[in-house]
Design a protein around this ligand. Structure first.
Ligand code: NIG
Ligand code: FE
Length: 388
């Protein structure tokens, strides 16, 4: 049964051939959903007759957000760590160990409920595609379990056994890399699409990251990299060299890093929730965009460095703090995320795309940055089903 959404003031299609500007905006628009797909897109006056119909009453519609980076399989709480940071203490990746201990102690049902809760929270705010990672188990069993749980909630599952060196291997990091590239990868690869490494001082260096990502690629997983978050390092260059889908964080970049991202296929995924919550310097999106890099925006939702599931919040931060225009930020949060996940069926509104749509309580997408902190999501469709 086809459903039309009519009287849309401003429709973001992300297809420049359908409307004006890079966002392909159609004013006075309508969209027809048939099953789980978009069946028709155009101006309101030309909308075909359908069985059912929803009047947008002059509000804006855009593609569902694509959050290409989150860490939802966790247990425990790190409020105290956040409080300490807000009193002036710096962020340290060592806090990950707190979550590892709590996650190992949690039951499958607890982890499942947590992922369901945050995927639901994100969906209500317009996120219709979400990637999520392991990385708080760090044993063969706990990592495989995290991926099995994640796969019950999304197709975009990432193996991050190389988040930090497991506490049991603190004195033998080479032994941990062997575990990750050997039995852990064997147990985890069937449950994941991607492999990720936290390539940073205090986590994994360039050589270790290369060994892990290469082993993952040989096992059929496509690389993505936590790169250049806390300082300069080899992560971005390695990501581009290995043809990773995405280099995530990209906060501390040399000119050579920016050039590499601009000339390669690797998306620069920026995670401003992390800089907000660690009170640190934001990545320079303007520099990346001006150089010609593809930029995605994601939440990095995790209990340590960025405990937000809100893509609208990240859009507002990117506009205020990272030199992006509202158009660029909305594009990065939709088409950019789709590109970072190498998906062509989401992040756009065009015939044949998955019917993932957000109706805003606002006349245009610009309000996502113009009205920060205001719940503007009036309705959400995922795969053609109204979920809010
Ligand atoms: O992307 N940087 C590494 N991983 C997460 C932080 C995880 C944590 O602090 O628990 C991130 O920011
Ligand atoms: Fe992360």
């Amino acid at each position: 049964m086809a459903t039309a959404i009519t009287n849309i003031s401003s429709l973001v299609t992300n297809d420049p051939s359908l409307g004006h500007g890079p966002l392909g905006i159609i004013e006075s628009a309508a969209v027809v959903i048939d099953g789980d797909r978009i069946a028709w897109v155009g101006t309101n006056s030309k909308a075909p007759a359908t069985d059912s119909h929803l009047d947008a009453e002059g509000r804006a519609v855009l593609p569902g957000f694509v959050d290409s980076h989150s860490h939802l399989v966790f247990a425990g709480d790190r409020t105290a760590e956040f409080n300490a940071r807000m009193e002036g203490r710096p962020y340290s990746a060592g806090g990950i160990r707190t979550t590892v201990a709590a996650t190992r102690a949690a039951s499958d049902a607890e982890l499942d409920a947590t992922v369901a809760r945050f995927v639901g929270e994100a969906l209500r705010q317009g996120t219709t595609t979400i990637e999520t990672k392991s990385g708080y188990g760090l044993t063969v069993e706990d990592e495989a379990r995290a991926l099995r749980v994640a796969a019950r909630h999304t197709d975009e599952v990432t193996f991050l056994g190389a988040h930090i060196v497991a506490p049991e291997y603190a004195e033998d990091p080479a032994g941990y890399v062997e575990l990750v590239t050997g039995p852990m990868l064997e147990a985890c690869a069937p449950h994941a699409r991607w492999i990720d490494v936290f390539c940073e001082r205090g986590a994994f260096d360039g050589d270790q990251a290369r060994a892990i990502l290469t082993a993952g690629a040989a096992r059929g997983l496509t690389p993505r990299v936590h790169a250049n978050q806390l300082g300069h390092g080899p992560g971005v260059q390695l990501a581009v060299e290995l043809g990773a889908a995405s280099a995530d964080h990209c906060t501390h970049l040399t000119d050579a890093d920016v050039d590499a991202l601009a000339s390669g296929d690797t998306v620069a995924t920026l995670l401003p929730g992390a800089e907000f919550s660690t009170r640190s310097r934001y990545p320079d999106a303007r520099r990346l965009l001006d150089a010609g890099a593809t930029v995605a925006l994601s939440t990095d939702c995790n209990p340590g460095s960025s405990f937000t599931s809100s893509m609208p919040f990240c859009i507002a931060l990117a506009v205020r703090e990272m030199g992006m225009t509202p158009d660029e930020a909305v594009r990065a949060a939709t088409a950019g995320g789709a590109r970072a996940l190498r998906r062509t069926d989401v992040g756009r509104v065009a015939v044949g795309a998955r019917a993932d749509l957000v109706l805003l309580e606002a006349p245009s997408h610009v309000h996502l940055a113009y009205r920060p902190g205001v719940p503007l999501t009036a309705a959400v469709w995922r795969g053609g089903a109204r979920v809010r």
